[in-house]
Design a protein around this ligand. Structure first.
Ligand SMILES: C[S@@+](CC[C@H](N)C(=O)[O-])C[C@H]1O[C@@H](n2cnc3c(N)ncnc32)[C@H](O)[C@@H]1O
Length: 180
């Protein structure tokens, strides 16, 4: 969460979408790092998670600015009309490719996509096979992600591996320190 906090502090994205709410922890961390008026839409496919997240968000007085949706990530991305400054992808690993492609369509100009768990406990970069099929899925995804010329992409070896996509039309290169 330290890395995502730094990104939020630096860019101050006013409109955020998160795919994978869980109990609302990451949404609350992002909210705490935003200075001006903001809106966070966060989506989870688990009803118990949504209920718990809404309770936590109420407890920290962010119900007016954090909206928790009970939906599947792909469905939300396909149906929303909103555009976002930052999209944080942290849900089903098997669907990362779909989330990523759909997220690019929901991104405002100069937007950022952040993806968690791209190195999956370090297994993705080990030269051997694993029973967990998510390792191979993420290997393929990471390869496509790093070769995506529609923006600047990088995977940081922090935590479980964090991918950052910056739209190429990023106005002021000096504003970011993440892709040197
Ligand atoms: C790793 S947790 C998210 C953690 C959260 N972002 C945080 O850092 O506090 C992944 C979440 O994705 C949700 N999830 C799994 N499949 C999903 C799907 N198809 N669409 C949306 N959410 C999904 C799970 O219910 C789970 O709460």
């Amino acid at each position: 969460m330290i890395f995502i906090s730094k990104i939020i502090q630096k860019y101050q994205p006013g409109q955020i979408l998160e795919i994978g709410t869980a109990i609302g922890y990451s949404s609350l961390v992002m909210a705490e790092n935003l200075k001006d008026k903001f809106r966070i839409d966060t989506v989870d496919a688990s009803k118990p998670a949504v209920i718990e997240a809404r309770g936590n968000i109420r407890k920290y007085n962010h119900s007016n600015s954090i909206n928790v949706y009970f939906d599947k990530g792909i469905n939300f991305l396909e149906t929303t009309k909103n555009k976002y400054n930052l999209i944080f992808i942290d849900a089903k690993k098997e669907e990362y490719s779909e989330y990523y492609q759909l997220s690019k369509l929901r991104l405002k100009q100069d937007g950022i996509i952040v993806l968690d768990n791209l190195l999956w406990q370090g297994k993705v970069r080990q030269n051997k096979s694993f029973a967990d099929k998510r390792v191979e899925i993420l290997r393929q995804f990471d390869n496509d992600f790093l070769n995506d010329n529609s923006g600047k992409t990088k995977i940081y070896e922090i935590g479980d591996g964090i991918g950052v996509y910056l739209a190429t039309n990023y106005v002021n290169e000096n504003r970011h320190e993440f892709h040197k």
